[in-house]
Design a binder for this molecule. Structure first.
Ligand code: ARG
Ligand code: ZN
Length: 854
C-alpha cells in the first residue's frame, strides 16, 4: 500500500489523555492503556486504533467490557464504533519484549527493557492512533522485578515510586507536555548514572542523568559535557530553554539508528554515548558530541514543534541537523566541520539523489516510512535551511526561527509552515525557493567566466540543469544562492565576496573594473548543494588551492585539481600529476594553516567520489589510478611525511582542537609514508599501532596496514582482536576496518568474517560494521566476480526476518547498477531479483528492491 502526502486528512478522533500501565517482564509484559478519546468534527466514523502484532485481551468503553462482536481488527488495527463525542477506551495486550528482534516497540537489549517508537513503533506496544498529529498527555505506571530492573524511567517527571509484592517495584512518571506517541519511551534495567545539573537561563534547576551499565560509567564524561554545552548553546543561539526538571539519556547496545529524542528520556545507540581515549577515535568523540546535541535540540525542533505527518519529517530532521552542525562548528573549527559535512553529503546524499531511490526533501509517497530516514531528508534538508539562513542573514534568520517556534509551539507543523515563518519573520519571498522541497535531484550549475581587458568587465554566465528523477521527468529552474569571489592573479586580492541568486535556466552576472582576467572562486562555503562545472584551468585551481581565503573553496579547489588528474588519467587523457604533488607540498608547508585543515586538503578524493564523477564507474581503474597517485605523492614528498610523522607525535593525550588536528595530520603522514613504498613503512605503522595511547592513531595504523601485505598486518589484526574482543563497540572497529580495507582479498575476508563467532545479525552495529562498511568499499564490493553482491544479498535475506529496517538499509548499494558496466549491472540486478523472489519479504526490503530494479 502506498501512502500519499496528498491524502492527508485531519484525525477523526483526538486523544487528549493517555494512561499506561506496564507490568514488565522480558518474556511476558502486559500493557493496559486508557485513552480519553474525543470525536474531531461532525462525522460518524468509528475509532481506529493502529496495532501491529497485537491481540486485545480486553476492550472496555467507559468502563464496560465489550464483547468480541463489538470490535474487530482490520490490518492489525482495532476498529470500535463509538456513539458519543467523548469516551474512555481501555485495552489490554501482552508483549514478549525478548522476542522482539526488530528493535521497534518494546524490546530487550543487554538485559535492559527499552522502547523505540519513531516512526511507527508505538502501535507494537498498544492500540493507538499512531500518527504524529495526535498530541496527548501521558501518565505512565511501570512495575518490574526490582533485582533485575532496579531503575525505572519514562518521559517527563518522576511522580511516585514504591515496592510491590514478590520482589517487584513500581514507578509513575508524568509528562506534562502533550506529545505524539512516537516520542513515548520507557526504560527498565540495572543502570548506573552519571549525574549532573544544568541551571537554565530562567533559573530552572535541571537534573541531568546519563544511564549506562556500571562498567561504562567512566566512558560518559564526554557525552555529559556535550549535553551541558548543547543546553547552553540552544539558549544562547536560539533562545530555547529546557522545559522539564529532569533530562535523562540511556545508552543501549542494540539500536537501529543513532539515537532517539523521546521527551525527557533520550535513548541512544551506545556508540554515540560511550567514549574514552583507548576505545574511541576523535571522529567517535565528535559523533558523540554531535548526536547528543542533535537529540537535545529536538526538544524544540521536533518535540515542542512536531510534524503533522511523516512527509514533513525533514521539518524536524533537516532543521535539527542544521542546528547540530552549527553547534559542532562552534565547539571546534567552522572550516573543518563544513568540509566534513559536505563530504558526508556528497558521499551519502548525492548518490541517493542520482539513483533509483531519489526523492524530494518532502516526499510525495512512501510504502514504508522507515525507508525515508535518508540522507536527503536529513542532510539535504539541512542544506535547505542553510541556504535560507544565508539568504536572510543571521538577524533575519533568527527572527524567522523565533516566529516559527512562537507560532507553532505545541503544534504538529509542516515544512510549509517553516518556510512561511522564514518569509514572515525574515521579510523575504521564498516562492521559488519552495521548489527545493518539491524537486528531487542534485542541480548542476555551469559557470563560464570571461574577461574583456578593454572594458575591464567580467561576465559570469551561470546556468542550471536539474536532472530527471523517478516520477519527475521535467524540472523547473530553482532559486540557487551561489557565493562567488574574483581573485587577482598578481596581488592575490579578493575583489569582494558576493552571493548571486541564480533563479533562471541561464543568467549573466557582470563585474566592473577588473583590469586583468581574474580567478573565479565559486560556491564558497558550499553555499548551495549543487554540482558546479566550471571552465577553470588546473593552474587556476592550483592558485585557489594556495590562496583562496574561503577555507571550503580552498579545499574544494584542491579536490577538483585531484579529480581532474585522476579522472583524466582513467579516461586516457594526458595529465600533469606534478600539479597535484606541488599543491600538496604547498599546503604542507603553509605556516598559516592548521593541521586539521591540511589533513583534509591533502587527502585524495575517495574511490567512490571519483566513481561519481564518471559516466560509467570503473572500480578497478579508479583504484589503480588513485593508488598510483598516492604512491607518487608519498614517494616525492617522503622526507616531509617522515618528518611530520615524527614531529606530530604527542607526549600526552588531549582532546583540544590542536591535538585532534595533529593526530589527523600525523595519520595522513603515515598513510603517505606507507604509500611511498618505503621499506620501513609497515614497521612504522606497526610501531604507531602498538604504542599509541589513543584509538585515533591505533585504528588509523591498523587501517593502513590492512590495505597492504605484510607480517605487521597479520600481527596487528590479531593483537587488536585479542585486546578488544570483550568490548562490542571496539570489536565493531575490527570488523569495519577489515571490511574497508583496499586489499584484493577483502571480499573473501568479509565472507569469512560473516561466519566469525563474534559476528551476529542481531546487533545492528555489528551488521553495519561488516556489511555496511563493505558495501561502501567500492573496489571490494564491486569485485568483477559479483561475489560482493552475492554476499550482501545473502545478508539482506538472512537479516530481513530478524530486523527488516536494518536489512533494507543494505539495499541501496545494489540499486546503483545503472552506473556500472553491463556485466556488473547484470550481476547486481540478478541479486536484486533473487531477493525479490524470496517469499514473505518485509515491506521495508520490498520497497527498496522494487524501486532499485525500476
Ligand atoms: N528521530 C531520530 C533522530 O534522528 C531517528 C529515529 C529513526 N528511527 C526509525 N526507526 N526510523 O534523531
Ligand atoms: Zn533527528
Amino acid at each position: 500500500a502506498v501512502i500519499r502526502r496528498s491524502d492527508y486528512r485531519v484525525p477523526d478522533w483526538l486523544v487528549p489523555d493517555v494512561t499506561l500501565d506496564f507490568d514488565l517482564d522480558p518474556a511476558l509484559t502486559t500493557v493496559r492503556a486508557k485513552l480519553a478519546v474525543a470525536r474531531n468534527g461532525g462525522h460518524d466514523r468509528p475509532l481506529r486504533l493502529d496495532g501491529d502484532g497485537l491481540v486485545p485481551l480486553e476492550v472496555k468503553v467507559d468502563g464496560r467490557s465489550l464483547t468480541q462482536a463489538e470490535w474487530h481488527l482490520e490490518a492489525g488495527a482495532l476498529i470500535l464504533p463509538l456513539p458519543g463525542a467523548a469516551h474512555e477506551v481501555e485495552t489490554l495486550v501482552e508483549l514478549a519484549p525478548e522476542r522482539n528482534s526488530k528493535l521497534m516497540g518494546l524490546y530487550a537489549s543487554g538485559g535492559l527493557l527499552c522502547t523505540q517508537c519513531e516512526a511507527e513503533g508505538f502501535r507494537r506496544i498498544t492500540f493507538f492512533p499512531d500518527r504524529p498529529d495526535i498530541l496527548s498527555r501521558y501518565s505512565v505506571r511501570m512495575a518490574a522485578d526490582k533485582a533485575c530492573f532496579p531503575i525505572l524511567l519514562a518521559n517527563g517527571d518522576p511522580v511516585e515510586q514504591g515496592d510491590g509484592e514478590d520482589g517487584r517495584h513500581w514507578a509513575i512518571w508524568n509528562d506534562p507536555y502533550p506529545k505524539p506517541c512516537y516520542l513515548f519511551a520507557l526504560v527498565a534495567g540495572d543502570l548506573s548514572c552519571n549525574r549532573d545539573r544544568f541551571v537554565t537561563m530562567s533559573g530552572r534547576d535541571v537534573q541531568l542523568g546519563i544511564w549506562v551499565k556500571d562498567a561504562d560509567l567512566p566512558r560518559t564524561t564526554h557525552a555529559m559535557e556535550a549535553l551541558k554545552n548543547s543546553m547552553a548553546w540552544d539558549e544562547r543561539v536560539y533562545g530555547r530553554e529546557y522545559d522539564l526538571n529532569v533530562f535523562n539519556i540511556v545508552a543501549v547496545a542494540d539500536f537501529n539508528f543513532g539515537a532517539m529524542e523521546n521527551k525527557g528520556l533520550n535513548i541512544f545507540n551506545s556508540r554515540y554515548i560511550l567514549a574514552d581515549p583507548d576505545t574511541a577515535t576523535d571522529i567517535d568523540y565528535d559523533g558523540v558530541e554531535g548526536v547528543v546535541a542533535h537529540e537535545y535540540f529536538h526538544n524544540w525542533s521536533g518535540n515542542r514543534v512536531t510534524c503533522r505527518d511523516w512527509f514533513q519529517l525533514s521539518l524536524k530532521e533537516g532543521f535539527t541537523v542544521f542546528r547540530d552542525q552549527n553547534f559542532s562548528a562552534d565547539m571546534g573549527s567552522h572550516a573543518v566541520k563544513r568540509i566534513e559535512d559536505v563530504r558526508i553529503l556528497r558521499a551519502g546524499q548525492f548518490p541517493e539523489d542520482s539513483g533509483p531511490l531519489a526523492h524530494p526533501v518532502r516526499p510525495e509517497s512512501y510504502m514504508e516510512i522507515s525507508n525515508f530516514y535518508t540522507a536527503t531528508i536529513y542532510n539535504k534538508g539541512a542544506e535547505l535551511i542553510r541556504m535560507m539562513a544565508l539568504m536572510l542573514g543571521p538577524e533575519r534568520f533568527h527572527a524567522g526561527t523565533d516566529l516559527y517556534f512562537d507560532r507553532h509551539d505545541g503544534q504538529a507543523a509542516t515544512c510549509e509552515d517553516f518556510v512561511r515563518a522564514m518569509e514572515d519573520g525574515g521579510n523575504i519571498d521564498l516562492t521559488q525557493f519552495r521548489l527545493w522541497y518539491e524537486q528531487a535531484g542534485t542541480p548542476r550549475v555551469r559557470a563560464l567566466l570571461s574577461h574583456d581587458a578593454a572594458t575591464g568587465r567580467v561576465n559570469l554566465v551561470l546556468s542550471q540543469i536539474i536532472p530527471p528523477t523517478p516520477g519527475q521527468p521535467e524540472k523547473r529552474p530553482m532559486a540557487i544562492p551561489i557565493r562567488v569571489a574574483l581573485f587577482d592573479r598578481e596581488s592575490r586580492a579578493n575583489h569582494g565576496d558576493e552571493t548571486l541568486m541564480l533563479t533562471r535556466s541561464e543568467q549573466r552576472f557582470t563585474f566592473q573594473n577588473v583590469a586583468t582576467a581574474p580567478v573565479l572562486s565559486i560556491n564558497r562555503g558550499f553555499s548551495a548543494p549543487v554540482i558546479v562545472d566550471t571552465n577553470r584551468s588546473q593552474a587556476d585551481l592550483a592558485f585557489l588551492s594556495a590562496h583562496d581565503d574561503d577555507p571550503f573553496a580552498r579545499y574544494e579547489a584542491m579536490q577538483q585539481l585531484m579529480v581532474n588528474v585522476l579522472v583524466g588519467q582513467i579516461g586516457g587523457q594526458p595529465v600533469d600529476e606534478s600539479a597535484v604533488v606541488d599543491a600538496v607540498r604547498q599546503t604542507l608547508i603553509d605556516p598559516a594553516l592548521d593541521s586539521a585543515f591540511v589533513a583534509e586538503a591533502i587527502r585524495l578524493p575517495s574511490e567512490a567520489y571519483l566513481g561519481d564523477q564518471m559516466p560509467i564507474v570503473d572500480p578497478d581503474a579508479i583504484h589503480d589510478a588513485r593508488d598510483a597517485l598516492q604512491h607518487r605523492i608519498g614517494a616525492e614528498l617522503e622526507p616531509l611525511w617522515r618528518d611530520m610523522h615524527a614531529r606530530l607525535r604527542a607526549n600526552s593525550f588531549s582532546l583540544s582542537p590542536a591535538a585532534k588536528g595533529a593526530r589527523k595530520l600525523r595519520n595522513a603522514a603515515l598513510h603517505y609514508l606507507v604509500a611511498s613504498g618505503a621499506a620501513d613503512g609497515p614497521l612504522t605503522a606497526f610501531e604507531q599501532f602498538d604504542s599509541a595511547d589513543n584509538m585515533t592513531e591505533r585504528q588509523a595504523a591498523l587501517g593502513i596496514l590492512a590495505n597492504g601485505e605484510s607480517p605487521e598486518r597479520i600481527a596487528a589484526v590479531d593483537i587488536f582482536y585479542n585486546r578488544y574482543c570483550a568490548d562490542a563497540l571496539t570489536l565493531d572497529k575490527w570488523f569495519q576496518t577489515q571490511a574497508f580495507a583496499l586489499h584484493p582479498d577483502t571480499v573473501d575476508l568479509v565472507e569469512k568474517l560473516g561466519r566469525h563467532k563474534d559476528f551476529t545479525l542481531n546487533n545492528p552495529n555489528r551488521v553495519r560494521a561488516l556489511y555496511g562498511a563493505f558495501s561502501g568499499n567500492q573496489w571490494a564490493f564491486h569485485h568483477r566476480s559479483g561475489k560482493g553482491y552475492r554476499l550482501v544479498a545473502d545478508c539482506i535475506l538472512a537479516l530481513d526476518p530478524i530486523n527488516p529496517q536494518t536489512a533494507a538499509r543494505l539495499v541501496p548499494p545494489l540499486g546503483r547498477w545503472k552506473r556500472f558496466d553491463a556485466q556488473r549491472a547484470a550481476l547486481m540486478q540478478a541479486q536484486l531479483q533473487r531477493i525479490l523472489s524470496q517469499p514473505g519479504l518485509s515491506k521495508d526490503v520490498m520497497e527498496q528492491v522494487r524501486k532499485s530494479l525500476d
